[in-house]
Design a protein around this ligand. Structure first.
Ligand code: IDP
Ligand code: MG
Length: 153
């Protein structure tokens, strides 16, 4: 089992589609093991988007991520990092495949509804950026036998 980080961006909060987006992850079979609403500070964003800090559009990304609080979520499942990235779709909502969250809800590169960790290593770093150990929960997924074969998890 893997745990990955998702951020429901202000574009999801403001458009009132949190429930629909969260529902997609739930229906897939992913288990929500952490979730809270937070404000993203300048300092956290600079670290979280360190690969983009030098880009001319970084200021717009920062402003966009601070329009409202966001929801941070920890999602658990077999190969969760890869599964969540696939459900999320490619970065630009205009290119993202229909059926993905970005493909169905976004027509923008920047206002693209969700962030999802891009590797197991990144997921672990990003989870510890937003959650303390006691904010990630370990509880039985009661329908696990209907979600996976017993040799899959
Ligand atoms: P990802 O979110 O698909 O992993 P990254 O390249 O890591 O994509 O970029 C992080 C976020 O920065 C994107 O989700 C998007 O909101 C924003 N972003 C990336 N490239 C651009 C751009 O060219 N213009 C505006 N915003 C961008
Ligand atoms: Mg990224």
């Amino acid at each position: 089992m893997q745990v990955t980080l998702v951020i429901l961006k202000p574009s999801a909060v403001q458009r009132g589609i949190l429930g629909e987006v969260i529902s997609r992850f739930e229906k897939k079979g992913l288990q929500i093991v952490g979730m809270k609403m937070i404000n993203l500070t300048d300092e956290v964003l600079k670290v979280h988007y360190s690969h983009l800090v030098e880009k001319p559009f970084y200021g717009r990304i920062k402003d966009s991520m601070q329009v409202s609080p966001v929801i941070v979520m920890a999602l658990k499942g077999v190969d969760a990092v890869n599964v969540v990235r696939k459900i999320t779709g490619s970065t630009n909502g205009r290119d993202a495949q229909p059926g993905t969250i970005r493909g169905d809800y976004s027509i923008s590169v920047q206002e693209n509804i969700v962030h999802a960790s891009d590797s197991d290593e990144t997921a672990q770093i990003e989870l510890s950026r937003f959650f303390t150990a006691d904010e990630i929960f370990n509880y039985p997924q009661l329908m696990i036998q209907n979600i996976y074969a017993n040799d899959e998890y």
